[in-house]
Design a protein. Structure first.
Length: 281
């Protein structure tokens, strides 16, 4: 009798333990949304490559409640500027707590900003780097946004990014010298961004921007949209131990999301040490 009691007790304990550790424990970890990006492939895009691993974006999420439209960031959102990081050259995943789908099954609209910075919102100011020849300052100057026009309850969402500033490419018309440095002078370096209106305009004070190298006698930089008037100083280049000032020949127009190609030519009317910048595209 005693053996039977001990055996029955052991069976009950074993059964109770199994039930509490296996059958009744639920996985309650949240399911975070991830994002697959795409970039425009036309030649007028602002930069030359796609996203790199560890690039960061900030993502806003707005609940589809019948009053919110796609492509707008509200004052009170489901999620605000949540940081995501690009991994495995495939997708953006959360850097910590990401955006979890609503438990009631409602759908979400999304709006994303690259690069991530804490000041992003429905409207904000964005500063390009003034030394774009250093490190990844060139790519960090390339303000991009993406938004969805259809709400979704999916765990993986595609974001189509657009470049919002302007890319400037400067080349030399003759190969009689080698320029090793090019600086744009007295340019706007701050953009005023309005995500809902999708306007990106220059604002604030001016400064100089050191351009990034783009191959032999070629340089590139990202700037807010703006205009160089005919006769304005465009910049200066350093070559053969000398510094030469470049003057705009005709108006030079920089537009949002577009490439502006500039050729530097010898200004024959002023001698071989005077150069002009001419917009060719």
């Amino acid at each position: 009798m005693k053996k039977q009691i001990i055996l029955m007790t052991a069976l009950c304990i074993g059964t109770f333990t199994a039930c509490t550790t296996d059958a009744d424990v639920l996985d309650e970890s949240p399911s975070y949304v991830s994002f697959t990006p795409s970039l425009p492939m036309e030649t007028s895009r602002a930069t030359d490559t796609g996203f790199d691993n560890n690039d960061q974006i900030g993502v806003f999420a707005m609940r589809d409640n019948g009053y919110v439209e796609g492509g707008t960031v509200g004052a009170s959102n489901y999620a605000d500027n949540v940081p995501y990081k690009y991994v495995n050259y495939t997708e953006f995943t959360p850097m910590g707590s990401g955006i979890a789908l609503p438990t009631d099954g409602s759908k979400l609209y999304y709006y994303a900003v690259y690069p991530y910075f804490s000041g992003a919102g429905a409207s904000f100011v964005f500063d390009v780097e003034t030394d774009q020849s250093s490190g990844n300052n060139y790519s960090l100057s390339d303000l991009m946004t993406a938004y969805t026009t259809v709400s979704s309850a999916a765990e993986s969402v595609r974001l189509n990014f657009s470049h919002r500033l302007s890319k400037v490419v400067v080349g030399m018309d003759n190969a009689g010298f080698e320029a090793y440095n090019f600086t744009l002078t007295d340019v706007y370096t701050r953009a005023n961004a309005n995500l809902n209106a999708r306007t990106f305009t220059c604002t604030g004070s001016r400064g100089d921007v050191i351009m990034a190298g783009n191959g032999m006698n070629s340089f590139k930089a990202i700037l807010p949209p703006q205009t160089f008037a005919d006769g304005d100083q465009f910049g200066y280049m350093e070559t053969n131990g000398e510094k030469y000032t470049i003057t705009a020949s005709g108006n030079i127009e920089l537009h949002s999301g577009k490439v502006t190609a500039i050729v530097v030519r010898v200004d024959g009317g002023r001698g071989t040490e005077h150069f002009s910048a001419v917009q060719v595209r």
